[in-house]
Design a protein around this ligand. Structure first.
Ligand code: NAP
Length: 437
């Protein structure tokens, strides 16, 4: 049997401790599957005394993950610290430069420095595996990088943040407010004390930027993503969506268009009958649309110690199975130096259907004025109805419009015009409709 693969784990929190536990509990299976043993030979975290619920006594302890990355006694450096700078970046860089394979679950690090790190890995002939960085336990990276060779991706989209999906699911199922659902998510450990990163779409954007690079062979451009979170989604939107045959999901979408590639994260209406609309609670899903395959949807657990450890251990096992001297495939599907610059499509040219909810003064002529603003901007309406979605009174009413395909620029101009006409009693709500099978 080949020599054991020696693993160093940096970060022993939710994911790191789970990875150590899975490697211990599944040691016999992994040895059989990989044809060699996988052993944890070194670990690093901040607090040496903390009880991690697992005996790591046989592994050498390092206070400094950079020091651990450079020692000769490990073959694979597993980074589970988190953050896009500081110890995670410096230790991953040091490990790659020292010729160690790296496995990471760190989307923030890859979104910011992924291409530069891939260049080092490819120069050194080592692997940089990151399955757990996007959609936790769902094997989407492997699927896109390996199983879909020859396919040209036209669009990739997904539910990439469990916290947001949990909140939207409960709002719809139980008629609760956004704030009430967020509080519950925090109590249950699904949301951080400061939830901004999740609910305003940053976490989804990090993951989307990695998927975009894999899908379209472009350099990662995490700062070029149009982003809207879910904090202004109300019961009025959820109820109106449901009556119209839609469900609201926070989606990350990357799509090839004539003017470039769109990358956008925003609340989206998807048909209630579509497969992605059936993805509830903290579950994640990624849909990949290609010329050969059509639409593929993967769904499953996107976070949590065990689900994430499953993806990390899969990445470690791939390294254990790789043969010395074998040329590894490139990190983002194409050699890092051949990734094209990202050509951004302007959000104003986005084409699609729109849901518009307006709270208006209850007076004669308002409907006609709204319809005129739409017509003036060449927007064709699928429907315009007065709806009992909002807090209607004798003085104000809710009007819901659904457009046929139009552009973002036209919708913004029309809604600006309606706002200037002084018919609104509240801020207008605009939600994009996404085509989904
Ligand atoms: N949690 C999930 O469900 C999930 C899902 C997918 C991806 N991820 C990603 O996985 C990574 C880890 O997440 P996590 O939830 O496991 O985080 P976590 O529970 O906060 O654990 C972080 C670990 O890093 C250690 N650490 C922090 N600074 C360090 C330093 N300077 N030197 C050495 N160790 C240091 C901490 O040590 P101490 O314990 O001693 O403080 C802790 O063990 C992140 O990149 C995250 O985005 C997490």
């Amino acid at each position: 049997m080949a020599e054991a693969l020696r693993v160093g784990i940096a970060g022993l929190g939710t994911v790191g401790a789970s990875v150590a536990r899975v490697l211990r509990d599944k040691a016999a299976e992994l040895t059989r599957q990989c044809g060699r043993e996988v052993v944890v030979s070194a670990v690093s975290a901040r607090d040496r005394k903390r009880d991690r619920g697992i005996d790591l006594g046989a592994a050498k302890w390092f206070d400094d993950p950079v020091g651990m990355a450079q020692i000769a006694e490990i073959d694979v450096f597993v980074e589970l610290i988190g953050g896009d700078e500081g110890p995670s970046r410096s230790s991953v860089k040091a490990a790659l430069e020292a010729g160690r394979h790296v496995v990471t679950a760190n989307k923030a690090l890859l979104a910011k420095h992924g291409v530069a790190l891939a260049e080092i890995a490819e120069r050194k002939g080592v692997l940089l595996n990151y399955e757990a960085a996007v959609a936790g336990g769902i094997p989407v990276i492997k699927t896109m990088r390996e199983a879909m060779a020859g396919n040209s991706v036209t669009r990739v989209f997904g539910i990439l943040n469990g916290t947001c999906n949990y909140i939207l699911t409960r709002m719809e199922a139980e008629g609760l407010s956004f704030d009430a659902c967020l509080k519950d998510a925090q109590r249950l450990g699904y949301a951080e004390a400061d939830p901004t990163f999740d609910i305003e779409g940053h976490d989804t954007a990090h993951k989307l930027s990695i998927l975009t690079s894999l899908a379209f062979g472009t350099r990662i451009a995490a700062n070029d993503i149009y982003m809207e979170g879910i904090s202004n989604i109300s019961q009025a939107d959820i109820r109106a969506a449901s009556d119209l045959g839609y469900r609201i999901k926070l989606l990350g979408v990357a799509q090839r268009t004539e003017s470039g590639i769109e990358q956008r994260v925003h609340p989206t209406m998807v048909p209630t009958a579509s497969v992605i609309a059936q993805v509830h609670g903290v579950t994640n899903a990624v849909a990949i649309e290609t010329d050969i395959l059509g639409e593929l949807l993967l769904s499953g657990p996107g976070a949590g110690g065990n689900a994430t450890a499953s993806a990390v251990v899969g990445d470690i096992a791939d390294i254990a199975k790789s043969r010395p001297g074998f040329q590894h495939g490139p990190v983002f599907g194409l050699p890092a130096k051949e990734l094209r610059p990202y050509k951004k499509a302007q959000m104003r040219s986005h084409a699609g259907g729109y849901f518009i909810r307006l709270t208006v003064h209850d007076r004669i002529g308002v409907f006609a004025a709204i319809a005129k603003r739409m017509a003036d901007n060449d927007i064709s309406l699928e429907s315009i109805v007065q709806h009992a979605a909002g807090p209607d009174t004798a003085l104000q009413k809710t009007v819901i419009l659904v457009t046929h395909e139009t552009t973002e620029a036209a919708v913004r101009k029309a809604v600006d015009g309606i706002t200037k006409d002084d018919h609104l009693t509240d801020k207008p709500q605009v939600i994009r409709i996404e085509r989904a099978e």
